[in-house]
Design a protein around this ligand. Structure first.
Ligand code: NAD
Ligand code: UFG
Length: 344
């Protein structure tokens, strides 16, 4: 089914945004991206065009600036839906620079919500995170699990954002929203033309792992070996970024076309499978045949011991399911790392 509906994707040259733009274009949507390129670059547009044969409209601009957004909606009339990826996302940095995180993440959302009724935009999909659950009392967790006090300003921006959307819709604003709580997005497009762009020394596991496998880093430190898990390392729900991207297309369609759907809906996006850090390293080595030098180190402050999703609501209500096996995800992450090395 094709659809010429026009969608605004904020942060659309970023990691998850770029993969989602590919899926939207392939589903036939028209896409306008706004990104201030604070954590991505223009070359991503070439990758998107090579994969899909279509180039999205691109506005270089900052979503915290209301007049920039107003101009965008004026210049690209008829936008029906928004996917809001634009945010700062480094947990550690958010502790150092909380105001930057509150200003960027919250002002972006408030500006978008503010302009939606005026420009007839019907719905917004919001990128939230399983970080809102904190350390779960039980695993796996569904959407009814309690929200725990945030352990970082970044996590707090996600909790506050969810509340802002909820309050705005409760006030009678004529919009709908779907809030997607991502677990751990990893991997890259199978074409190796887009992926996660490393910015300095990676904080996240998979970019650090692939850089170590490529010889750019000496060894990977596994943070903690004495957690209450079968092999002592932390457990996460690693979800392939392409699977994740596809969920946004389904969510958008439901939000815009669904007649009787609630004005606000929340979905966990995960595989439903917990994989430990050690198991992930093993999966990478098996899938690629490349060794990852690693050693155990101290626990990392603030890490959750184990968390994985009950994705049943997304499976049943959205009709979406994570399908890509972890080995394939690891092969794609490695192909992307090799592509980055070739470009240098
Ligand atoms: P990313 O940094 O790759 O992408 C975000 C994009 O937004 C970047 O291209 C950046 O330049 C842009 N941006 C930031 N502030 C902006 C602003 N004010 N105006 C315009 N553009 C702006 O991050 P990502 O991994 O693709 O994450 C996308 C969203 O998903 C974020 O909201 C993030 O918090 C959320 N999320 C990510 C993860 C994860 O592990 N990657 C997990 C849960 C939730
Ligand atoms: N890890 C290592 N070594 C490393 C990097 C990570 O052992 O060099 C471990 C961590 O200790 C953790 C696991 O790998 O146990 C995953 O760590 P990541 O940093 O890749 O991901 P997190 O689960 O800590 O956090 C991610 C995003 C956050 C988001 C959260 C929940 O970085 O932005 O998922 O969505 F809030």
């Amino acid at each position: 089914m094709t659809d010429r509906t026009k969608i605004l994707v904020t942060g659309g040259t970023g990691y998850i945004g770029s993969h989602t733009v590919v899926e939207l274009l392939e589903a036939g949507y028209d896409v306008v991206i706004i990104d201030n390129l604070s954590n991505s670059n223009r070359d991503v547009l070439d990758g998107i065009e090579k994969i899909t044969g279509r180039r999205p409209e691109f506005v270089e601009g900052d979503c915290t600036d209301l007049s920039t957004l107003r101009n965008l909606f004026t210049n690209y009339p008829g936008i029906k839906g928004i996917i809001n990826f634009a945010a700062s996302k480094a947990v550690g940095e958010s502790v150092e620079k909380p105001l930057l995180y509150y200003r960027n993440n919250l002002n972006t959302l408030i500006n978008l919500l503010d302009l939606m009724p005026e420009f007839g935009v019907k719905g917004i999909v919001f990128s939230s995170s399983c970080t809102v659950y904190g350390e779960p009392d039980v695993n796996p967790i569904d959407e009814t699990a309690p929200i725990k006090p945030a352990t970082s300003p970044y996590g707090n921006t996600k909790q506050i954002s969810e509340e802002i959307i909820t309050d705005y819709i409760a006030s009678g604003a004529p919009i709908k929203s779907i809030i997607l709580r991502y677990f751990n997005p990893v991997g890259a497009h199978p074409s190796a033309l887009i992926g996660e762009l490393p910015n300095g020394v990676p904080n996240n596991l998979v970019p650090y792992l692939t850089q170590t496998a490529a010889g750019l880093r000496k060894e990977l430190t596994v943070f903690g070996r004495d957690y209450n898990t079968p092999d002592g390392s932390c457990i996460r729900d690693f979800i392939d970024v392409v699977d994740l991207a596809k969920a946004h297309v389904v969510a958008m369609r439901r939000m815009l076309d669904g007649q009787d759907t609630d004005a606000i809906e929340i979905f966990n996006l995960g595989t439903g499978r917990g994989v430990s850090v050690i198991e992930l390293i093993d999966a990478f080595e098996k899938a690629t045949g490349v060794k990852v030098p690693h050693r155990f180190g101290e626990r990392r402050a603030g890490d959750i011991e184990k968390i994985w999703a009950v994705p049943a609501k997304a499976n049943e209500v959205l009709g979406w399911k994570a399908e890509i096996p972890i080995e394939e995800t690891m092969r794609n992450a490695w192909a992307w790392q090799c592509h980055l090395a070739e470009k240098k």
